[in-house]
Write a protein that binds this ligand. Structure first.
Ligand code: SAH
Length: 520
């Protein structure tokens, strides 16, 4: 026992010296199918070495600042040969790093995971395996095909349609036909006619149900259900391409009855969410709950203004104000963070009244233990400005001398302040954060497979167009949170839909309505 403990101890010490490799399965594509363990490991990685088949949703979970090494393989063409990938893993680990090797599906199901471990083992580099959900099982499931069913089969075979280089698969079709059961071929798109022929020649029924399932678990997954004789022709007609899996067996006939993924309210739609990273989870999860594939594509980031003496001075004298109005959760956060640094708590805000531009900001204020006194019916800067002007004017008439603090973005729009100026309200416009445009990245990006882009502010539209200066904006279906955002999208000639109310719920409704229209 003691020996065991000692050994583990040395192992831990070694791992500190040499770093460690985690071989992680990313699942078939849908980020919701990525494991909790995988996510936890990814969040601590120093470097991520990833494959072509890893879904954008999973790549989007990699924290910014993590070093990335793409080693993507395209069928028939290996930009980075396997032995080199093995060496990259070793080299990075020997630098003392936490290395995550992220692979599509499960790392050990035709993922060459074993090969990648050999060199690490030889050199004594510690590693862990995080299994993933293999496409062999999940892609049929997302297409309504249970890979086993008591009425139809008693075994399941996962077979490669591709062995080494371009050599034909060495599959013993006769043995397969003899055993029976559901057969799943991975990497078999180009070899499909041969696979079907092989099974037929080995004596399988000509009308055995068979299917090919393309880009499974993504918004644009497609399936062709046919039989062994006609599958090659039907798949060619449909233009099926890799990645796809071939399923042969009675269970394929169940897809007709059990299909579901594309039938969800937003099924079949790929939607890019451009909100800043720290703010995009609500909309993203609401959209994926309705069946959409979500791409997190932050185009801007908010950053607190450093050494903000203006904020500090105003906080010291906060009691000279009667009102504080916030126009974004980012503003609330920076404000309270500074208060904490100055060791002020909510008691120092005693007596002050609070206004919020909309529900998101209201929630952020309430999380700090303060209920909001004013929120406009329409969630826009202009409406907030008018509501404040009206309320403060009234208070003035009643004999008060209301003074308002407006902690917000450095370049705040005049929509809020114009009504205040017109009404002669005294206020201080206090910059607390800046909006920074983000650079495009190679992992998660906009391309023509995106059906809608959700914009939650004019600055996300500007950020998007700066990030992608050379695309045809007139092809973009923009779903905008409100008029101001839409006005910015109009400048770039995008196709526009506007949410009825400026809320995340209303943006989802707007998409549901559009999808409904598409279906009708
Ligand atoms: N380790 C992976 C398989 C890697 S081999 C896993 O467990 O899923 C690559 C093959 O997997 C592709 O050629 C294709 O046959 C299949 N594949 C992977 N992802 C897929 C997807 N989303 N839809 C359809 N087939 C997929």
């Amino acid at each position: 026992m003691q020996k065991e403990i000692n050994r583990q101890h040395t192992k831990e010490n070694e791992s500190v010296k040499s770093g460690k490799v985690w071989l992680v399965g990313a699942g078939p594509s849908d980020a919701g199918l990525f494991t909790l363990r995988g996510k936890a490991v990814l969040e601590q990685a120093d470097v991520v070495v990833y494959d072509k088949l890893v879904g954008q949703g999973v790549l989007g979970l990699i924290p910014s600042g993590t070093e990335l090494i793409p080693v993507g393989k395209v069928s028939g063409y290996h930009p980075i040969p396997q032995h080199q990938i093995n060496e990259i893993l070793l080299e990075e680990a020997l630098k003392g790093k936490k290395v995550v090797r992220l692979k599509g599906g499960d790392p050990f199901v035709f993922g060459r995971g074993g090969e990648e471990l050999e060199l690490l083992c030889e050199r004594g580099v510690p590693f862990e395996i995080v299994p993933g959900i293999t496409s062999a099982i999940s892609v049929p499931a997302y297409n309504g095909i249970p890979v086993t069913h008591r009425d139809f089969c008693s075994s399941l075979h996962i077979i490669t349609g591709h062995t080494k280089k371009s050599e034909e698969a060495e599959v013993d079709y006769e043995a397969l036909v003899k055993v029976g059961g559901t057969m799943i071929f991975l990497m078999g798109v180009s070899a499909m006619p041969k696979i079907c022929k092989g099974l037929l020649e080995a004596g399988m029924r000509k009308d055995m149900p068979a299917a090919i399932l393309e880009r499974g678990t993504t918004a644009h997954q497609r399936r062709v259900v046919s039989d062994l004789t006609n599958l090659p022709r039907d798949a060619e007609k449909a233009g099926i391409q890799t990645p796809a899996i071939i399923v042969v067996g009675e269970v394929c006939s169940l897809a007709d009855q059990f299909h579901w993924a594309e039938d969800r309210p937003l099924g079949g739609l790929k939607i890019a969410v451009t909100r800043p990273r720290d703010r995009n989870s609500t909309l993203a999860s609401m959209l994926s709950d309705q069946g959409a594939e979500v791409v997190l594509l932050p185009t801007i980031e908010t950053e607190a203004i450093l050494e903000n003496t203006g904020l500090r001075e105003n906080l010291k004298e906060i009691q000279k104000y009667q009102w504080i109005a916030f126009t974004s959760p980012a503003g609330v956060k920076v404000f309270y963070d500074e208060m904490q640094k100055m060791r002020m708590d909510i008691r120092s805000l005693n007596g002050l009244k609070f206004a919020a531009i909309g529900t998101g900001t209201k929630k952020a204020i309430e999380e700090k233990g303060i209920f909001v006194d004013l929120m406009p019916d329409v969630y826009s800067g202009e409406a907030l400005g008018h509501a404040l002007a009206e309320r403060l004017k009234k208070e003035e008439k009643e004999g008060d001398r209301p003074f308002l603090l407006l902690p917000r973005a450095k370049i705040g729009t005049q929509e809020v302040t114009r009504p205040l100026d017109e009404a002669g309200i005294s206020y201080v416009d206090l910059p607390v954060y800046e909006t920074i445009d983000l650079e495009p990245n190679d992992m998660v990006f906009y391309d023509e497979t995106v059906d809608y882009v959700a914009f939650t502010s004019a600055s996300t539209v500007r950020g998007f167009t700066k990030m992608y200066p050379n695309i045809d904006y007139s092809k973009i279906e923009a779903v905008c949170i409100g008029e101001q955002t839409a006005a910015q999208a109009r400048v770039f000639d995008m196709k526009i839909s506007i949410a009825e109310r400026a809320t995340m719920e209303s943006m989802v409704d707007c998409l549901l309505y559009k999808k409904e229209g598409e279906r009708a």
